[in-house]
Each structure stands twice: as structure tokens, then as C-alpha cells.
Design a protein around this ligand. Structure first.
Ligand SMILES: [Zn+2]
Length: 158
């Protein structure tokens, strides 16, 4: 079976708790530490320690984290930072651990014709090490986001 063929059996086995209650897209599971670090302080008491939370990756959806209770979720405005996937502004970080923004990648491209952002992140992942689960609202590695932005940014510079 090829990966692109639909498998109705698989689709049925997707748990309801992994589907965003607002946009119906499948989310990515996040650790509790991501919520406690990225949500506004005054909302931390709302986090339910026995729930599992997922990050909604859909750019047009207002939800940030949703839980296994469809009525209990957080929104983009509940985050302390702007999320790469949810905000296309140039001042939004593309790497939260080592402070790269869309703008900084674009500036480097304009100045030198190249960007070392991927190499820089990879080197720093080794030393001093990254902490995406606490810094990035999506709770996971940013490299895919950087590759995507680099492609888009190169078109803007050409
Ligand atoms: Zn959503």
C-alpha cells in the first residue's frame, strides 16, 4: 500500500482526541512542558494535568492547543509568542531556540545571497543544544519550518 492511498481502516482508528475541534485537522501531540512554558501565566491554572494536548498546525485556525475534551482548548492569543505556523509576519521567529526570524533570514539572503540558518541551527543543536519543547509553541524541531521559509524567502530576493 502506497502512503498516499487512503486507508479507511486507518482513518477510523485516528482518535478523536488528535483532531482539532475547530478546523478538524489532525494535530501534533505536545508535552505538558510546552504548554506551561508557552501559555500566558494567567492561564496556567486551566491546564488539566490528566489531559493530553495537541498542537493545531493549521495556519488559518485560531486554536493553539486542544485536548481530549473538545470543549477545552487554547487559542493563538493565549500564547506568549507568535507561532511560525499561525502568523506569516516577518517579525515571527522561525527558530525559537537560537533567535532566527523570517526577517533575519531574509536580511542575510539580501546581504550575502545565501543563508546559513539551517547550518547554524544544526551546529547549535549539537552545542549548546536546543530546547524546542520549551521554546517553540509547536513543541518540536523547527528545521522543516526553516527550510520552507528559506524557499519562500529566496523567491522574494530574486
Ligand atoms: Zn485547528
Amino acid at each position: 500500500m502506497k502512503c498516499c492511498e487512503t486507508n479507511s481502516k486507518n482513518e477510523k482508528s485516528v482518535e478523536q482526541s488528535t483532531i482539532c475541534p475547530m478546523c478538524s485537522n489532525r494535530g501534533a501531540k505536545v508535552q505538558m512542558v510546552t504548554l506551561t512554558n508557552l501559555l500566558e501565566e494567567n492561564l496556567l491554572s486551566l491546564i488539566r494535568s490528566n489531559n493530553t494536548y495537541h498542537w493545531c498546525r493549521e495556519g488559518s485556525c485560531e486554536v493553539s492547543y486542544f485536548s481530549n475534551d473538545a470543549n477545552h482548548f487554547f487559542k493563538i492569543g493565549d500564547l506568549k509568542v507568535k507561532a511560525t505556523a499561525k502568523d506569516s509576519s516577518l517579525d515571527v521567529p522561525v527558530c525559537y531556540c537560537f533567535n532566527h526570524t523570517r526577517q533575519s533570514v531574509l536580511d542575510e539572503l539580501r546581504a550575502t545571497g545565501e543563508s546559513t540558518v539551517i547550518e547554524d541551527i544544526k551546529a547549535k543543536m549539537k552545542d549548546p543544544g536546543c530546547f524546542c519543547e520549551k521554546s517553540n509553541p509547536q513543541g518540536s524541531c523547527c528545521l522543516a519550518n526553516n527550510r520552507k521559509w528559506l524557499e519562500e524567502a529566496k523567491k522574494l530576493v530574486d
